[in-house]
Write a new protein. Structure first.
Lengths: 112, 115
C-alpha cells in the first residue's frame, strides 16, 4: 500500500532534549516536505527536499533540521526543542513538482 | 509570495443541504490549486486539484470546485452533504520556489453537519 509513515504518532518531551521524528515513503517520490499545523494558522512548511542530499528552508525553519540521505526517508530533527514547537507535524511526499502531495498521519508533539 | 484566504472558519449545514466553501488565492502566475480534507486525528487527503484546462473539476466523495481566474477563487461545492463530511477543509496553492514543491495552505474551514 502506497503510504507515508511517520513515527512516533505522539510524543511528549522536555525542553532541550533532542528528538527525531522519522518519515518514510514507499512511492519512490522525489519531493518530500515537513509541515507544522497550529490552530488558526493552517499548515506551514518547515523544510522541503527535492531529492537526495538536496534540502531547503520553508517558511518556518528556525529550530529544525532535516536530512535526506536516502530517497525514501526524510527525518525531522529538533536539536533543542522548546515549548513553542508544540504542534502537530506532517510529512508529505510527491512524485514531481506540483503533483499531488501525500501526507502522513501526523505526529503530535508536546514540549514541556 | 503566494497566499490563500479561507474566510469562513466554521460552517454548519444540515445533512442533505448544499455546501460551498470559499477559497481566494493570491499568486502572480497560473496557480496550481488543491482542496484537502482532514478528518479528526487523520492526515490530509486530497479531494481535488486544478492544474489547467476545464475550470470545473470533479473530485472524490462527490465534491467539485470551480476555478475563477477573474475572482482569484477556487470554491469547493457539494450538492448534498452527508454527516460523514464533517471535517476540516483546506485550500492550498502550489508554487515553484527554486525548484521546491511548495504548497501554501489556507487556515482551514471547519465543517459541522447537523442531522
Amino acid at each position: 500500500e502506497a503510504q507515508v509513515t511517520q513515527n512516533p504518532r505522539y510524543l511528549i518531551t522536555v525542553t532541550g532534549k533532542k528528538l527525531t521524528v522519522t518519515c518514510s515513503q514507499n512511492m519512490n517520490h522525489e519531493y518530500m516536505s515537513w509541515y507544522r499545523q497550529d490552530p488558526g494558522l493552517g499548515l506551514r512548511q518547515i523544510y522541503y527536499s527535492m531529492n537526495v542530499e538536496v534540502t531547503d528552508k520553508g517558511d518556518v525553519p528556525e529550530g529544525y533540521k532535516v536530512s535526506r540521505k536516502e530517497k525514501r526517508n526524510f527525518p525531522l530533527i529538533l536539536e533543542s526543542p522548546s515549548p513553542n514547537q508544540t504542534s502537530l507535524y506532517f510529512c508529505a511526499s510527491s512524485l514531481q513538482r506540483m503533483t499531488e502531495a501525500f501526507f502522513g498521519q501526523g505526529t503530535r508533539l508536546t514540549v514541556v | 509570495a503566494q497566499s490563500v484566504t479561507q474566510p469562513d472558519i466554521h460552517i454548519t449545514v444540515s445533512e442533505g443541504a448544499s455546501l460551498e466553501l470559499r477559497c481566494n488565492y493570491s499568486y502572480g502566475a497560473t496557480p496550481y490549486l488543491f482542496w484537502y480534507v482532514q478528518s479528526p486525528g487523520q492526515g490530509l487527503q486530497l479531494l481535488l486539484k486544478y492544474f489547467s484546462g476545464d475550470t470545473l473539476v470533479q473530485g472524490i466523495k462527490g465534491f467539485e470546485a470551480e476555478f475563477k481566474r477573474s475572482q482569484s477563487s477556487f470554491n469547493l461545492r457539494k450538492p448534498s452533504v452527508h454527516w460523514s463530511d464533517a471535517a476540516e477543509y483546506f485550500c492550498a496553492v502550489g508554487a515553484f520556489t527554486g525548484g521546491g514543491n511548495k504548497l501554501t495552505f489556507g487556515t482551514g474551514t471547519q465543517l459541522k453537519v447537523e442531522l
